[in-house]
Design a protein around this ligand. Structure first.
Ligand code: COD
Ligand code: ATP
Length: 241
């Protein structure tokens, strides 16, 4: 099974692309959804967050006030890193189980939609990296429009990620999304054609039926990534800001 890491920057269009892929039958594992499940009431992450931020971080129904938590962590790198340390291990575990389930079902391709694929180093663990790209200015405009946020709020979220242009060197495939939604559909079709080619004829069936062959091909495709040097360290701040 080919595991494809779908990434990009905030509001570059990952969810739009993953919805188009889902409509074409591809299984999608969405890290944002897993991150929301990881902090539901009753989880250890929820308890840790309430302990650190106090009950003021809760809505009246007991769920986390995500807007408040977002405002706190996207304006403070230390708090954001702390939250990442609490939530990311749970997301990674859930993602691994999701991939295993897709493999057991005999899927040929499994898409993992992870906004922070490059920043967290998870790009080294997927067969192909797909970056959904748009210019930083369009990204900011779409983010402000979607979330109804000010330029300052949108910039603080954007600045907590590696600049989108710096994600491009990691990409095996780029989905350009600076045009219309119709053009994005065309780009997604091109991606599907490439993924069909990448997932390699009947090899996947052999890999599925005979797991040692699957492990061999898995290691063969991942080893070059493990040996690859990081393309510049991410400091958590947009360069030049
Ligand atoms: C801070 C929180 C509560 C804000 O929630 P909110 O509903 O407003 O945003 P949502 O979760 O839908 O995320 C929207 C987008 O923000 C960006 N984003 C989210 N968390 C982070 C982060 N820690 N660092 C950088 N960008 C982030 C991603 O592009 C994501 O797609 C939430 O984002 C969170 O718990 N973040 C930590 C977990 C995380 O890193 N999630 C990203 C996927 S693993
Ligand atoms: N080509 C496009 N033209 C106009 N609007 C678009 C286009 N592509 C996406 N959008 C809009 O831009 C916003 C961001 O897109 P989307 O939610 O898919 O991004 P995302 O990368 O998944 O964001 P996040 O990182 O927050 O999950 C949405 O409101 C979406 O409808």
């Amino acid at each position: 099974m080919l595991v494809v890491g779908l990434t990009g920057g905030i509001a570059t269009g990952k969810s739009t692309v993953s919805s188009l892929l889902k409509a074409r039958g591809y299984p999608i594992i969405d890290a944002d959804v897993l991150a929301r499940e990881a902090v539901l009431p009753g989880t250890s992450a929820y308890a840790a967050i309430v302990k650190t931020f106090g009950k003021e971080i809760l809505q009246s129904d007991g769920y986390l006030d995500r807007k408040k938590l977002g405002a706190a962590v996207f304006s403070d790198e230390g708090k954001r890193k702390w939250l990442n340390g609490i939530v990311h291990p749970a997301v990674r575990r859930a993602m691994v189980w999701g991939v295993i389930r897709a493999w057991v079902r005999g899927e040929k391709v499994c898409i993992v939609d992870v906004p922070l694929l490059i920043e967290t180093g998870l790009w080294k663990w997927v067969g192909k990296v797909v970056v959904v790209y748009t210019s930083a200015e369009i990204q900011l405009q779409r983010l402000m429009k979607r979330d109804g946020s000010t330029r300052e709020e949108a910039s603080s979220r954007l600045n907590s990620q590696l600049p989108i242009a710096e994600k491009l060197p990691y990409a095996d495939h780029v989905v350009e999304n600076s045009g219309t939604l119709m053009e994005l559909e065309g780009e997604t079709q091109l991606l599907i054609n490439r993924l069909d080619r990448d997932s390699g004829g009947l090899t996947w069936l052999l890999c599925w039926l005979i797991p040692p062959i699957g492990i061999f091909f898995g290691l063969k495709s991942l080893t070059p990534r493990w040996l690859k040097k990081e393309k510049g360290r991410f400091s958590g701040k947009r360069r030049g800001s």
